[in-house]
Design a protein around this ligand. Sequence first.
Ligand SMILES: [Fe+2]
Ligand SMILES: [Fe+2]
Length: 293
Amino acid sequence: MAHAIKKPHQENIRHAPVSIHQRGSSFPVRRMDFEFDGLQRYFVNGDPASSFFLTSFQAFFPEGEQFFVDSVRDAQPLVSDERLLKEISAFIGQESMHGKEHKTANEELRRQGINVFGLDAKARWTRKKLNKILPLKMRLAGTAAVEHYTAVLAEYIMKTKEFENLIQDPKVKSLIYWHAMEESEHRAVAFDVYKHVGGGYLLRAVAMAIVSVLILPVIMSGMYSIMKQDGQLTNWKSWRSFAKTYFGRKGVVTALLPDLLLYFKPSFHPMDSDMDSVMVEWKERLGLNPAAA
Ligand SMILES: [Fe+2]
Ligand SMILES: [Fe+2]
């Protein structure tokens, strides 16, 4: 019998924004207000370790995003370009919304017995310390480097069907893809601000190298604490599945490496990557276009 087969992943992740603001910037700020009640904590392939790797990453988002906001906001007085000032203000709006939504997801996880707020507190302490001890240009270089990580990850997950198929919970999927889409929209802002205040190649390359050395150990240590809370430390099958999913020949992290390295090209600019058509597709699927909202 011939009837249209609905693909669940294409039908259940629409989430219209509660409000959309755009004041002269190239991208808007959308308020989402996701509901995360009952989200599946093993949202990656039903596997604890594969899921908790991303849960740990997410645990650092509220404070991480705040670090980006702090650095770009502190640079505002040094920026004279009207267009860039509008991009900065939209960047601050988007990152603040990301922090808010990921915090809400973390609160739901806490209700389910996965508490990542200890990691959040450590991240807050680190953010405040870095804001105090690092010159603004270094904080911007760090922000631009991490923004390259989020942009490369966003590009990968938006363009890779295999990754999409791994994310089984529609609530988590709409959160991840909304965030990824907006990371693509604002991927050049921190980089442009860094350049605008006189940031050069050497510092941004050093910042990228430092971020690259630290990022995996930080996420892995958070993941270890979450695995422990969930009684999964000796779930070797899950650890094996995690290793294959992220670090195997076709693993997520393995796939990101070539694009991550592009940052070391002196002529690199975040807008070099072609994201236009995939962003149009995902805005439609997520229900983020004003017309579809
Ligand atoms: Fe973000
Ligand atoms: Fe970002």
